[in-house]
Design a protein around this ligand. Structure first.
Ligand code: 5GP
Length: 180
């Protein structure tokens, strides 16, 4: 296949197209708008993978949201999480008493999100929900209470729309499988 002019043999099929992404994100934006109409939320994007989702989602919510970012890193190989997560960049804002929505790119084992939720809940937000663009089917060990989910996808490694391998493929406008 030929994506962005690249004839890259490592890219496989399209799992979520650009059009499917945009239409689902606009629905998610409307859901958030209805649920948070009386209490505009603070959107917390998890870098780097969620940067593209965050910018599209924020524009789809017709409320005066605020944005902040944090970055975590998990030890492991390029295509597998180890479950050991550390904070690389903390939030700039104080979230105590705030209505927080964590904006995540993809939930695989759920270990990263468990770490993030524990960390953020200890700061006593008024509420904390998660909006994950992609959730891999059947892999989560702990119950995660994902209130907003874009797409459930099969448990294969994917790239694009923020998701990388060694910092590449983040700017693909769609989600594709990747052949390691
Ligand atoms: P978890 O802790 O849920 O196993 O993994 C979450 C993190 O691992 C994501 O935030 C993402 O950074 C990375 N990850 C998990 N699955 C994939 C995938 O299919 N593709 C890419 N590029 N990253 C992934």
């Amino acid at each position: 296949m030929n994506v962005l002019g690249l004839n890259d043999p490592k890219l496989g099929e399209v799992v979520v197209s650009e059009q499917e992404l945009q239409s689902r994100i606009s629905q998610l934006g409307k859901e958030l708008e209805a649920d948070y109409a009386d209490r505009p939320p603070l959107l917390v994007g998890v870098l780097k993978g969620a940067f593209m989702f965050m910018t599209d989602l924020a524009r789809a919510v017709g409320l005066p949201v605020e944005l902040d970012f944090m970055a975590v890193a998990s030890y492991g190989s390029a295509t597998k999480t180890s479950g050991i997560v550390r904070m690389v960049k903390d939030l700039d804002l104080d979230i105590s008493g705030r209505h927080v929505v964590v904006v995540e790119d993809i939930v695989d084992s759920g270990l990263t999100l468990s770490f993030l939720k524990r960390n953020l809940l200890s700061r006593e937000p008024a509420s904390l929900e998660v909006c994950a663009l992609l959730v891999k089917e059947g892999l989560q060990k702990a119950k995660l209470d994902l209130k907003y989910v874009g797409f459930k996808i099969p448990p294969t490694f994917v790239v694009g729309y923020g998701l990388d391998v060694d910092e590449k493929y983040r700017n693909l406008p769609m989600i594709c499988t990747y052949k390691a």
